[in-house]
Design a protein around this ligand. Structure first.
Ligand code: SAM
Length: 464
């Protein structure tokens, strides 16, 4: 095998797409990852990093393009944003590759062979499907005159301290385009500065916009460091004039060092910031800080499929761990004897309880506690063994203690809902070592244009 070295220019055929959206090629047997290159393409790529068993390259030239390649992706900042890296592939091709990536990851990282994979459930919307957008503020040179100016956008790829201005992201509903424009114009007029994460000083930090596809209403959360938010009433006035369905504004303080859009202290609220969504005939209220699946139409497919795969009976007792506003538990409750939901965000649990009530569901209990402590409370509340466990943890997957506790419940059916195939596969190894076998794998396309993918895995106890 001839050596491959940093800075080499190599011509390679792309054979696969890795999770994360990198084209995969082999050069003299050596694996080379090439961003923005698609399967079936021959490309010239420059090696930028070499590791023991693979190399990373940058795409220099496409010598033969894939027939599927979209030469001009619709987003004007596609080549600089790093968010929608798959806008160069038609939606149907994206889902085909995602399905393969789920299976490959479960085989290689999850060490699983025999399972049934169901065809991916495709998101009804390919663009403008998100009900929540999280923007960051920054100071960047103007593209027109070069002078520094306030911008609202996303972090540039690999940069925690630089912001790419994104005026109208194609993943958000159109109502949020106007909300974004009005907010930015007003903030510039006020002369506000942006938070500088290197020095941990400066005022504006994040703007979170949430939208209901059911009611057409939107809300804005503006997160700042300590300071005075002048003329906020004027902002509200303008948003009410210009953004149809604008219903609430929340100003919150975040003093923390971590770059997360979390409100430590609410300073000022206008309107009622609780949104409502209807999913599969169930009505959900959602508080500003509560999680809700970002693709509302995709969530309908996901929740209906979880309830179907659970195969519940009138005597089933289901644990909905990491339940958020109770969406999974409430979808399952009408077919089950009882549901216990556990979640660490108290507001989300208030939502879940009210959601049960307003949908006339009376066989659920929702408990506010972080895992693994929530598991002890859930056991007490259940008053018996669980027949079904459903977990839907954050992207990082399960912590060891919580997962061990859930396996110890020995529920005959275990459903894992995950937005990250890598952590899913890692946890599946532990669950299978704990006495389960994978039965069905159901990929769900919740995040079109990005490499992200949702998966439902159903496991059964070997001795069940
Ligand atoms: C991916 S969301 C799933 C929510 C819900 N199943 C749904 O579909 O709307 C993960 C949820 O886990 C919650 N969470 C994160 N860490 C937790 C922990 N240690 N204990 C309990 N809940 C946690 C988050 O607040 C969030 O609501």
């Amino acid at each position: 095998m001839s050596e491959i070295r940093k800075n080499d220019l190599v011509t390679v055929e792309i054979q696969d797409l890795a999770y994360g959206g990198l084209g995969v090629a082999r050069h003299n047997g050596f694996v080379v990852f090439v961003p923005n290159a698609l399967p079936g393409e021959r490309v010239a790529a420059r090696i930028v990093k070499k590791k023991a068993n693979h190399a990373q390259a940058v795409l220099e030239r496409i010598e033969q393009a894939s027939p599927h390649r979209i030469a001009n992706p619709p987003c004007p900042v596609y080549d600089r944003c790093g968010g929608c890296t798959w806008q160069n592939l038609p939606h149907e091709e994206q889902t085909r590759w995602k399905e393969k990536q789920v299976v490959d990851t479960l085989r290689h990282l999850g060490r699983q062979e025999a399972f049934e994979t169901r065809p991916i459930l495709r998101s009804p919307l390919a663009f403008r499907y998100r009900n929540k957008m999280e923007y960051s503020w920054g100071i960047e040179p103007s593209e027109r005159h070069g002078a520094p100016q306030l911008v609202l956008g996303f972090h540039k790829p690999g940069r925690f301290d630089r912001i790419l201005p994104v005026p109208a992201c194609l993943l958000q509903p159109e109502a949020l385009d106007e909300l974004h424009a009005t907010l930015l114009q007003w903030a510039r007029e006020q002369g506000f500065g942006a938070h500088d994460p290197r020095r941990h000083e400066g005022f504006l930090r994040h703007a979170v916009m949430r939208y209901s596809f059911t009611t057409g209403e939107s809300i804005l959360l503006l997160l700042t460091h300590e300071g005075e938010l002048t003329s906020k009433e004027q902002l509200v006035e303008r948003l009410r004039e210009r953004v149809g369905g604008f219903k609430a504004f929340v100003w919150g303080i975040n003093r923390g060092v971590a770059d997360v859009a979390r409100i430590e202290e609410e300073r000022w609220v206008w309107g009622n910031p609780i949104l409502e969504e209807e999913v599969n005939g169930l009505r959900f209220e959602i508080s500003p800080q509560s999680f809700f699946q970002t693709n509302t139409a995709g969530a309908a497919l996901l929740y209906a499929k979880v309830a179907e795969l659970a195969e519940l009976a009138a005597d089933s007792r289901l644990l909905d761990a990491y339940c958020g506003t109770g969406a999974i538990g409430l979808h399952c409750a009408c077919q089950a004897g009882g549901v216990v939901g556990v979640e660490m965000v108290t507001e989300a649990i208030w939502n879940a309880r009210r959601n049960a009530e307003r949908n006339g569901i009376d066989n659920t209990v929702f408990l506010a506690a972080p895992m693994p402590r929530g598991l002890e409370l859930a056991r007490c509340a259940a008053g018996g063994a669980f027949s079904h466990v459903v977990i839907d943890p954050p992207r990082g997957g399960m912590d060891k203690r919580s997962l061990a506790g859930l396996i110890d419940l020995q529920a005959p059916t275990f459903l894992y809902v995950s937005c990250n195939p890598a952590t899913l596969a890692r946890d599946i190894v532990t669950i299978c070592e704990g006495g389960y076998v994978i039965d069905v794998v159901q990929p769900v396309d919740m995040f079109p244009q990005t490499y992200h993918i949702e998966t439902i895995v159903r496991l059964r106890r070997r001795d069940g």
